[in-house]
Design a protein around this ligand. Structure first.
Ligand SMILES: Nc1ncnc2c1ncn2[C@@H]1O[C@H](COP(=O)(O)OP(=O)(O)OP(=O)(O)O)[C@@H](O)[C@H]1O
Length: 605
């Protein structure tokens, strides 16, 4: 049996990975087995969220093969299928595989990485934009009274004035959107002061739901600014109030893998702000960065401790790693910003990597519902500190946090009634807007898609409890989750809707947020791909928040569990968190990182 057949049999490959190896064999029958297995594993790696297959990770546990990295390297280097480009040169398009730094890539993904790194470096080293700091200083001081005391929000806003590329990272509620609203106001004020056109600003996020949340937060921040003494309210009128998905921003072309906007036809914006950047995958981030016009600013907001995107590449983490923690700036930038920040900005020599100084980490959390004291637990999860997490959970001293130790089924225990009560309230709602407002009250989150503790079977049980075994498919009060992007409908992966019975003649209607009246209705038969949404995987819940979150960890450890998954799940809760888990599984989850293989950080340095 060939290596690839063996890997397929063990479930290590999908049939599409195996088929790639088969087609290489057909084209060149003398191709060694190791090269074919490498090609198949490089293809499989993408499906697992990696940018490439790491040869050194060829433990038997990982691949089912016992192959020394030196053996792989020798076979791959000798193969005509494998390109080995020098440094950052483009790879030979005739060869489907690329070997670089011990990683075996499908060529297309290596090119995404190379082009993204090239574009980000170029944006980072653009000459600092001219900042008339003395003229802006009075407005700046009103927006950021603590600016000279090292306030990170002030530092982020000031750096965004001077830099072409900035990452603003921080956990939920650390003020990323608030900071962006103030920074945009400063850019508008600066343009007014020098008689220039108001900057063209785009706000975008990877999912429709995340874009909606971003726009809501920005509108709230704008309302606050309007009420701030000494701020000209007409400046606030120029702030953007809408955000779009990245796909919509870039302009999808039906049935094509490319967008309307790219390096040749750049986006017509001076400032592009992208929220939830941890969810953006490698191909999309590459296409976005290339579509940013020369001289424009790209500002990425995100939380690097959250789960990486489901698709290939842990892009935000790689950019954050390349930028490092040091916020020191070259003396030219520090001098230009001194009227705003005083001497609070550390200064460095000019020999750092291109992305150094392009990241500000916001640390202080401002959004804490009085009812929920999540921060210590979220910090322990983020740091993988299981002892502290368990002690906090067992002491029961965190407001709003309840630990159901060893509970394996929230639908069987004491929580069942509480969960169903909120969902039953959906059926009592009088109108779609009210039902949609109720839809974010409570969510059951699970780490798994399949199996008894997977989202699909949990949904089926909840739906049966709510509407009986012989329920109609779209019963009154059913929650739906859209699972694909449909521009035709204006519905996107992650959108949540609620089914309500129409009038006597009508069947059920599925309602979603948006549209002129704030809600949009669809006949269920016309919806794009969707599933139930009472229970969701943590991955699908990224970018959303709920008043009450019930997190169910699996009965046994599985490899997809990680501290990032637990942290992402916990931080979806606004008012109350219930965690159902055993000590052993929680410890196993917190001991593991959601690791992604990528060469991006190395390229960016
Ligand atoms: N400097 C500040 N002083 C007082 N309140 C603040 C400050 N910064 C932010 N807030 C408040 O904290 C809350 C969260 O802010 P914001 O929405 O900007 O955070 P975020 O990091 O964008 O959150 P998320 O990650 O959930 O999108 C808001 O109510 C905001 O008004």
């Amino acid at each position: 049996m060939s290596l690839t057949d063996n890997l397929l049999r063990r479930g290590r490959l999908r049939s599409v990975d195996h088929a790639l190896a088969q087609s290489l064999r057909r084209l060149e029958p003398a191709t060694p087995d190791l090269v074919l297995a490498g090609a198949a594993l490089a293809s499989r790696a993408i499906a697992d969220g990696h940018a490439a297959f790491e040869l050194a990770a060829t433990g038997e546990e990982d691949t089912g093969l016992l192959v020394e990295p030196a053996q792989w390297l020798a076979a791959l280097r000798a193969s005509a299928w494998v390109a080995q480009p020098q440094d950052e040169a483009a790879a030979d398009p005739q060869r489907p595989l690329v070997l670089e730094r011990g990683l075996l890539y499908l060529r297309r993904y290596r090119e995404y990485e190379r082009r993204l790194a090239q574009r980000l470096r170029a944006l980072a080293v653009q000459p600092p934009a001219a900042v008339d700091a003395p003229a802006l200083a009075p407005v700046f001081a009103r927006l950021f009274p603590q600016a000279r005391d090292g306030d990170r929000q002030a530092r982020a806003a000031a750096l965004a004035l001077a830099r072409g590329l900035l990452l603003v990272t921080g956990g939920p509620g650390t003020g990323k959107t608030t900071t962006v609203a103030r920074l945009l106001l400063l850019l508008i004020a600066q343009a007014r002061q020098c008689g220039a056109a108001v900057p063209r600003i785009a706000l975008a996020a990877p999912t429709g739901r995340a874009a909606e949340r971003m726009a809501e937060s920005l509108r709230a921040a704008a309302a606050q600014l309007r009420a701030t003494p000494g701020i000209d309210p007409t400046l606030c009128d120029a702030l953007p109030v809408e955000a779009s998905t990245l796909h919509r921003l870039l302009g999808t072309v039906p049935d094509r893998a490319y967008f309307r906007h790219d390096a040749r036809e750049p986006l017509p914006f001076d400032v592009i702000v992208v929220d939830e950047a941890s969810m953006v995958d490698l191909p999309l981030m590459c296409k976005l960065a290339e579509a940013v016009a020369d001289g424009a600013r790209l500002i990425l907001l995100g939380d690097r401790d959250q789960l990486p995107s489901v698709e290939a590449g842990d892009v935000l983490a790689a950019i954050v790693d390349a930028a490092g923690d040091d916020e020191a700036q070259p003396s030219a930038v520090a001098d230009a910003l001194r009227p705003l920040l005083g001497d609070s900005l550390p200064v460095r020599g000019d020999d750092a990597s291109p992305l150094a100084g392009h990241r500000v980490q916001l640390q202080r959390g401002y959004r804490q519902a009085d009812s929920l004291d999540l921060a210590p637990l979220a910090a322990a999860a983020r740091e993988g500190d299981a002892d502290t997490a368990l002690a906090l959970l067992r002491e029961g001293g965190l407001r709003g946090v309840v630990f159901h130790e060893d509970s394996l089924d929230p639908l069987a225990g004491a929580g069942r009634d509480a969960l169903l009560r909120d969902w039953r309230a959906l059926a009592d709602a009088h109108d779609p807007a009210q039902a949609l407002a109720l839809a974010t009250r409570v969510r059951l989150l699970t780490a798994l898609r399949d199996g008894a503790q997977g989202a699909a079977p949990l949904n089926a049980r909840i739906e049966e409890a709510l509407a009986g075994a012989h329920r109609p498919a779209y019963f009154h009060g059913r929650l739906l989750l859209i699972t694909e992007n449909s521009y035709r409908h204006g519905l996107f992966n992650g959108d949540i809707g609620v089914c309500l019975q129409g009038g006597d003649e009508e069947g059920p209607i599925a309602w979603f947020a948006g549209g002129g009246n704030g809600v949009r209705g669809y006949f269920p038969a016309a919806l794009p791909a969707h599933t139930g949404a009472f229970a969701m995987t943590v991955h699908k819940a990224q970018g959303s928040e709920f008043d009450r979150v019930w997190l169910q960890l699996p009965r046994q450890d599985v490899r997809s569990l990680s501290r990032e998954l637990v942290y992402t799940a916990l931080t979806r809760a606004r008012r109350e968190l219930h965690l159902c888990a055993s000590e052993a599984v929680l410890r196993a989850a917190l001991s593991r990182h959601a690791m992604r293989v990528s060469g991006l950080a190395a390229r960016l340095r």
